[in-house]
Design a protein around this ligand. Structure first.
Ligand SMILES: [Zn+2]
Length: 328
């Protein structure tokens, strides 16, 4: 699970602000990762998520490529090949950098229409996110990718047809749900699907294959709050992400065979809690409206969690997941 833009300071702020324990306090294993990209000390989400997804460092903006810009297999593709069920849930467009790093191979993260085509070819079993217009209002061709996916066996729906909570995905049929034409709303503007979609994803994927599943869940807008230097936005998104982590943890405690990893791809905003803060009133300062190079915590729970102890590079998250999955 990836909290985009979630560094130590964001977690600290949320703990003080909410005055209640975060779900990650229940994770027995903690690690810390370095997140620089191949061409920059300060990574973007494309290079950061590519490092988790493929084990390769790449340049900022590149997805699913190594630093020589050659295509490299992603953990989601490897899971598909091995017959596991796969899923992606995000509060960003589904073609946005973090989810796209798990199925797309393009040099520029902004190639949203190309990324949409690659999603249709990925074999992913379950996805929820925004960005519907890159599928059915395309400028580079007139293809209706939603129709194409439906013909290939997907049940596709959207917020414009049916609320997510009223849908009953059938685990015998691949499932996709669009939450917006472009960006899903902020939690504070009424978005409420992340925890429920995370819960639905675990239930769906558990039944979709007897070989297990790989699921990536992204709380994308923690990062957007940091870019806007909007502390309330950041905190409400982090809190929503925490609710999603709780849902997955509940599943993992019951299921006993699920490894849950929670981390961020980078920190956003250079957030600091200032002197004079109290628990009721935090005084926050931002050092930048972009990402920083600070190290990022990793929390792990379940079988194989021990692999995530210590200090390592972001690419090691991929290698350690592969080891934990027993694929080596
Ligand atoms: Zn960002």
């Amino acid at each position: 699970m990836i909290g985009d833009g979630m560094g130590i300071a964001q977690i600290t702020a949320s703990m003080y602000h909410e005055g209640k324990p975060l779900s990650i306090e229940r994770f027995p294993v903690t690690g810390i990762q370095q997140v620089h990209s191949a061409d920059n000390l300060v990574t973007d989400s494309a290079a950061g998520a590519t490092a988790f997804a493929t084990g390769s460092k790449t340049n900022n903006s590149a997805l699913g490529l190594n630093e020589r810009l050659e295509s490299v297999p992603t953990i989601l593709e490897m899971a598909e090949q091995r017959g596991l069920a796969t899923g992606l849930v995000t509060t960003a467009p589904i073609v946005h950098a973090t989810p796209a790093a798990f199925f797309a191979h393009v040099p520029l993260r902004g190639q949203y229409e190309d990324i949409a085509v690659q999603l249709t070819q990925s074999g992913v079993d379950f996805f929820v996110g925004g960005g519907m217009k890159y599928f059915n209002q395309r400028s580079q061709d007139q293809n209706d990718l939603i129709e194409i996916m439906q013909r290939s066996g997907y049940l596709i729906s959207s917020v414009y047809e049916q609320p997510f909570a009223t849908l009953q995905p059938n685990f015998n049929q691949k499932f996709g749900y669009f939450t917006a034409m472009e960006n899903p709303p902020a939690f504070s503007a009424g978005r409420d699907y992340l925890p429920f979609a995370s819960r639905t994803a675990t239930r769906f994927l558990e039944r979709a294959s007897d070989k297990g599943f790989f699921l990536m869940i992204e709380g994308a807008q923690i990062d957007w709050g940091g870019h806007k230097q909007d502390f309330d936005y950041l905190l409400s998104e982090l809190n929503d992400f925490d609710l999603a982590v709780r849902e997955v943890l509940k599943f993992a405690v019951k299921n006993k065979e699920t490894l849950v990893i929670v981390t961020g791809d980078h920190e956003t905003g250079g957030l600091a809690i200032q002197p004079g803060s109290t628990q009721d009133s935090l005084i926050a300062a931002f050092a930048t409206d972009y990402h920083t190079a600070t190290m990022i915590p990793v929390f792990a729970f379940g079988p194989g969690a021990g692999y995530f102890r210590g200090m390592y590079d972001n690419t090691d998250i991929f290698h350690r997941m592969v080891r934990a999955l027993g694929w080596q």
